[in-house]
Design a protein around this ligand. Structure first.
Ligand SMILES: [Zn+2]
Length: 160
C-alpha cells in the first residue's frame, strides 16, 4: 500500500539521495548560512539569499525529552492523556549550523556526539486517517527492531 505523504513543513525539505535534505539559505554577501531560511542576514544585513541544501547528516549536539504536551501552535492532535514523549535537540550539520529538530529515540538512546541522519516522523493523523509527517533526526545505525522510515522520494516527486 502506498501512503499519500503530506509534509507539515514542505518548505524546509527537498528530495536528496533517495530521501530528503534540509533547505536553508546562504547570504549572498557574506556566506552566513541560516535554517530556516531568512529574509535578512543578522551578520551583514544583506537581503540577497541563495537556497542552501544542508544535507541529511549531522552530529547530535544537545538533546532532551519533551515530556509533556506542548502548547499551541503544536497541533499533533494528541491530548494530555494520549501524548507520547519525544526527543528534541540540536543537530550540528556539516556546515557547522545547528538545527533544532525532533529526535527519534532508538533502543540505544541518545548520546551527544552520535552521528544522526534525517528521517521523517508521523506527526499527526487527519480525521480521514491521512498521516502528516515532519522532519526528525535518528541515529545513523538505529538498533534492530526499529521500524524503518517510509521511502518517500517517489511520492514527493509527484507533488513537485
Ligand atoms: Zn550576510
Amino acid at each position: 500500500m502506498t501512503e499519500h505523504i503530506r509534509l507539515a513543513c514542505p518548505q524546509l525539505l527537498a528530495p536528496h539521495e533517495g530521501g530528503y535534505q534540509l533547505l536553508g539559505s546562504r547570504c549572498h554577501a557574506c556566506g552566513e548560512i541560516y535554517f530556516p531560511a531568512r529574509a535578512a542576514c543578522t551578520r551583514c544585513c544583506g537581503t540577497r539569499f541563495d537556497t542552501h541544501g544542508l544535507g541529511r547528516s549531522g552530529v547530535l549536539w544537545s538533546w532532551t525529552i519533551q515530556g509533556f504536551l506542548p502548547k499551541p501552535p503544536y497541533n499533533s492532535g494528541e491530548t494530555e492523556a494520549s501524548f507520547k514523549p519525544y526527543g528534541v535537540g540540536y543537530v550540528e550539520m556539516a556546515s557547522g549550523i545547528k538545527v533544532e529538530s525532533r529526535l527519534v529515540v532508538g533502543d540505544g538512546g541518545l548520546q551527544i556526539g552520535m552521528p544522526m541522519q534525517l528521517t521523517l516522523e508521523r506527526y499527526r493523523t487527519d480525521a480521514d486517517g491521512a498521516p502528516w509527517f515532519t522532519f526528525a533526526f535518528e541515529a545513523v545505525a538505529p538498533a534492530a527492531g526499529k521500524q524503518a522510515a517510509p521511502a518517500l522520494a517517489k511520492e514527493h516527486r509527484h507533488a513537485q
